[in-house]
Each structure stands twice: as structure tokens, then as C-alpha cells.
Design a protein around this ligand. Structure first.
Ligand code: SF4
Ligand code: SF4
Length: 349
């Protein structure tokens, strides 16, 4: 793309997002809403619910806070009561977005995940069930188990030793060992690394190659040069679209933050262990964070050095008087709904 073309694409994206954030309903930034209204907003705007089945991950990748926060000593499962609360709430609204087992755990490290996926499949026939895994626990029985549990999408990251990610010999060796162990058939794909063939679920595998310049600071936890120099001003739509629950029941600000990092204490929005407190309460309680993240100006806390999707507006971000004026325009709310469905609401493909 030419420089002019890139400028045009960037500007048009900022203007579209600026219009969009100013058209979002004011209730989204109100954390005192009745729960019925919070439920309705959740059903309209959330397209990604991300959870952990347990805390454990076997790896300590350098670009992940698991390299210095212990996730390897003990395996602690998400309590049944918390899991059931999440699935029950999603079933109430016949949720049709992604439900993803990911975050900072290795989902396939504990067999309980298969039963939980099956329970989610039964309760949420319209949801897209997604598992993201490093593949280390996969063997020849894993893919059939995922299929029969009802997974729609399997995303595998095959991690090679540091510095070997682009080495063709190391890549070929890693892939061949993985295929021998798992019995998976892989075909190269121009878009997504490799596609798993011969299965009814959609499965892909990539060999990630992260650099200090390219990775996220994970809400300020990872020591990379941009941590000292970058300050976020752009709006962030993550707490509008995403709901993230840790293995221990803590509802988090977004997928970049984690309840076991002391630096992210303020990013814990609620706790699903609290009696009478559920997913929609937590979505309502994200209202204050949304207010700050949709407004102009430098962002604070975990967001201060976060450059994830920072292609949105700053000066043209949401202002209360514009939002109030647009809310009074007939048809504005329907327009937001249409933009949301066409541009924002995406499933894993
Ligand atoms: S495998 Fe994933 S969750 Fe585990 S340490 Fe690496 S990046 Fe983090
Ligand atoms: S700016 Fe980054 S840390 Fe803050 S909510 Fe968005 S994704 Fe999360």
C-alpha cells in the first residue's frame, strides 16, 4: 500500500471509531445500572468471553508474565460453582459469541476441560467454543476428545526454542515431532501457518516468533523498551466487547490483565465467588473503566503502557455532550447496532 493509501486507511479507521464510540449508549459507562439493563448490553455488545479452566501452564515463555509469576507449582481448578455461574448466565441470553479457554493457563493440561467444554456445548448451542493451546499435552486421543466435546475452533501455538523460530531445519523438526506425537495432519496455509486437515472442527497451528518491539507489555508487566517510552492515548474497546474471568473467579478488566499480578490489583473488577454476583454484575461494574477508556487523554493503570489495538481516536474520542446529543438522534442506536455487527463483532475464523 502506498503512503497515501496507508494514511487514508488509518484516518478512515480513526474517524469510524470516533463516530462509533460517541454513538455507544450512555448506559455502557454507567456502573449503577439495574442488572436487567446490564444483561441487555452484554447480549448486544460482548463477542468474546475468555476463561481459564485452571491456573496451570507448563511453560515460562519470556514474553509472558508466567516467566515470573508462578503457574507451575500447583494446579488449581476453577470452582464448579464459578464455571456454572458463567455458563448459566450465557445460557440466559442464548449467547452466540466466542467462549474461549485461553489466557495464562494451558487449557489441555487437565482432563476436566473436556467435560466442561461438553457442558458449555450443551448449554450454549449458538456459541463458538474456542481452545487456545501450546499443544504440549496433545496426543493421538486429544483431537477426537475435543471434537466430541463440541469444540468449534482449535488454535495451536507451537513454541520452538528461543531464537530457532525462523530456522527452517528447527521448524521442520518441530513440526514433524508434533505430528508424530499427535497424529495430526497439517497443510501449509497462506493465512494461518498450518491448517489441521481431516477434522470437522477448524484447527490451525502457528509457530510464533515474538520480538521485544512487537509484543504487548501485558498491562505494564513485561520489561520491554516501550514500557518506558510509550503512553497510551487511544480509546480501547476491549471492556465493551470482552469479558474475562480468571481461574479463581476474578473478573478482569481485559485479557492483558491478571488477578495474580499485584500490579493489576486495580484491574480486578469483581469476583464471581461473591454470593449473588454474576457475569452481568461484572459487566455493569466495568462501566467506570469503559468511561475512562472511551474518553480522550492519557490512559492510566494497566492501560498506561498498553499499545494493544491503539489505532483508535484520542482527541476525537467520546465526550459526554456529543454522546448525549447523538443518543437523542432517532435511529442512532440502530446505527450503532449495525456498525457493531458489521465491523466489530467477529468470530474466530
Ligand atoms: S505457553 Fe502461553 S500461557 Fe504458557 S507461558 Fe507460554 S505464553 Fe504464557
Ligand atoms: S488499553 Fe490495554 S490494558 Fe487497557 S483495557 Fe485496553 S487492552 Fe486492556
Amino acid at each position: 500500500m502506498s503512503a497515501a493509501g496507508a494514511w487514508f486507511a488509518r484516518t478512515s479507521n480513526v474517524l469510524t471509531k470516533a463516530a462509533f464510540v460517541n454513538l455507544l449508549p450512555p448506559q455502557l459507562v454507567d456502573d449503577t445500572l439495574p442488572i436487567e439493563q446490564a444483561r441487555g448490553l452484554f447480549a448486544r455488545f460482548v463477542d468474546q468471553v475468555e476463561i481459564e479452566n485452571h491456573n496451570f501452564c507448563n511453560r515460562i515463555c519470556w514474553f509472558c508474565p508466567n516467566s515470573f509469576i508462578d503457574r507451575r507449582t500447583q494446579l488449581r481448578l476453577m470452582k464448579d460453582a464459578v464455571f456454572e455461574k458463567i455458563i448459566g448466565a450465557l445460557a440466559e441470553i442464548d449467547y452466540d459469541g466466542n467462549l474461549t479457554w485461553s489466557r495464562y493457563h494451558e487449557a489441555l493440561a487437565d482432563h476436566s476441560v473436556f467435560d466442561r467444554i461438553a457442558a458449555a456445548r450443551q448449554a450454549l448451542p449458538r456459541a463458538t467454543l474456542v481452545v487456545i493451546s501450546n499443544g504440549d499435552y496433545m496426543d493421538r486421543s486429544t483431537l477426537p476428545q475435543l471434537e466430541s466435546a463440541g469444540v468449534d475452533r482449535l488454535i495451536l501455538d507451537l513454541y520452538l526454542p528461543d531464537g530457532k523460530e525462523r530456522d527452517q531445519v528447527a521448524r521442520a523438526k518441530g513440526l514433524s515431532q508434533f505430528c508424530r506425537r499427535t497424529g495430526l495432519n497439517l497443510e501449509p496455509s497462506s493465512k494461518q501457518g498450518y491448517v489441521i486437515t481431516g477434522t470437522r472442527l477448524k484447527g490451525t497451528l502457528e509457530i510464533p516468533c515474538y520480538t521485544k518491539e512487537g509484543i504487548s507489555t501485558r498491562g505494564g508487566l513485561i520489561e520491554v523498551p516501550k514500557l518506558a517510552t510509550y503512553r497510551r492515548h487511544a480509546v480501547c474497546l476491549a471492556p465493551v466487547r470482552h469479558v474475562v474471568i480468571d481461574y479463581n473467579g476474578c473478573g478482569m478488566l481485559c485479557c492483558q490483565t491478571r488477578s495474580d499480578a499485584p500490579e493489576h490489583k486495580d484491574a480486578i473488577i469483581g469476583d464471581l465467588n461473591w454470593p449473588g454476583y454474576g457475569l452481568f454484575h461484572m459487566y455493569r461494574d466495568l462501566g467506570a473503566a469503559r468511561r475512562a477508556l472511551l474518553a480522550p487523554g492519557e490512559k492510566t493503570g494497566a492501560c498506561r503502557s498498553c499499545d494493544v489495538r491503539d489505532d483508535g481516536p484520542d482527541k476525537l474520542a467520546r465526550r459526554d455532550w456529543i454522546a448525549a446529543a447523538t443518543a437523542a438522534v432517532p435511529g442512532a442506536s440502530n446505527l450503532v447496532e449495525r456498525i457493531w455487527r458489521q465491523r466489530m463483532r467477529r468470530r474466530f475464523v
